[in-house]
Design a protein around this ligand. Sequence first.
Ligand code: C2O
Ligand code: CU
Ligand code: CU
Length: 467
Amino acid sequence: MLRYSVVFLAVCSACGPTLKVEKPLEVRAALTDVNPDPAVVEVRLAAGPASVPYLEGKDADVWAYRDAAQEGSTGTVPGPMLRAKVGDLVIVHFKNELPEATTIHWHGLRLPAAADGSASSQMAIEAGAEYEYRFTVRDPGSFWYHPHVRGDVQIERGLYAPFVVEGGAEVDVAADRYFVLDDVKVSASGKLSEGNETLDEMLGRQGNVLLVNGQKGREIEISAGSRERWRFVNSANGRYFNLRLPGVKFRVIGWDGGLVPEPYEVETLLVAPGERYEVLVEVPDKRGERLSLETIHYDRGHNIPDPGPKEILGLVVGSAKKHPPKPLPSQWRTDLPELTVTADTRVKTFVLKELETPEGVQFLINDQRWPFNTRVEVRQNDVEIWEVKNEAEMDHPFHLHGHFFHVLSVNGEPFTRKGWKDTVNIPQQGTVRFVVKYEPSPGMWMFHCHILEHAERGMMGDLMIMP
Ligand code: C2O
Ligand code: CU
Ligand code: CU
């Protein structure tokens, strides 16, 4: 079975572009499974202070997850991957070694509300305290985990990590890579800049250093003529990544909630904060060529200027693999439930607003500001349409915990692609409708903008599912 690793080869300097041999770009090895039962993934995870060099040779003080089952392990950004397969029971023994309270939210997973790790579903885990999460994974896909207490600060400081659930259609690829996209604001000394400017509060803090798996300006080698699977998550506080690989198309095979029934090709791929996409890339059969994975400007409002394309990862085409890739599966996904929408399907409206006040910008949902909001109450297994109206002059990526939904329309235009989402971008002055079944479990769930400064400044709400 393919392990999410990147193999580094030195290329002879006389033949084509050279690849600097550095530490691997791979997300650090998966958390150690201490349970011999193949149907149980039992891990020890800790969060605490650590240091990582975002700028060469200069350490930044971060907060990071580490594999506490490994004696003497140190925290990494992103944190170690949690890897399980569909149907596994996951047990996480978590220790909070941070100087403040935290929780872990398993973004995108359908699990019992009590394990969701939000401030509404559990008491925060105090500094020095331990906590156990326990849930069964139901859906194959690319997820991630992060704190849900002071998310704008804790995630920015480095607390985020990928979570892969294996299962579903098998795709023959030469490499299966998880690219966690982020940006950090660091000063010339290499330290994370303290405090926010007004614009950070408005747009979500954007950094001056772009990171792929916690590293900047990296280059990796890929095999000529091979096929690779790349999983992207945007873990940034506010930055949108609008990806492009000039000369090569992305074949999108999966979204937040796993594979889509009908893959499609795009030249650019917008990944808003919190979203995940899985793509296949057919590597050109041209040894020595250098490809550039770039993020290009996306107009998300408030007249953010276009900084021009920025490379986030260089890819050098090396020698070919012995075997060409096998044909793609003929069926990608057949188990997506259809949610029937009729004229009687109830519609819930959520209006997103921003408000400038003498105390700073506030972000509202239905004129309410978390944590002074009233919860929305629904019945388990009901199917409803959410109509999210964005009255603000910037986009907001809207996320609902513990559920997947089908997008029905964007700005009144029917949305025809099928697939499961848990985070959807609501364009400035635009409206998105989606249909959702309140299926996972009764209890308290949250919904919010995934621009973390917005969420923490009010654009968050509670959903109570009653049995
Ligand atoms: Cu990644 Cu409440 O979210
Ligand atoms: Cu979430
Ligand atoms: Cu927002």
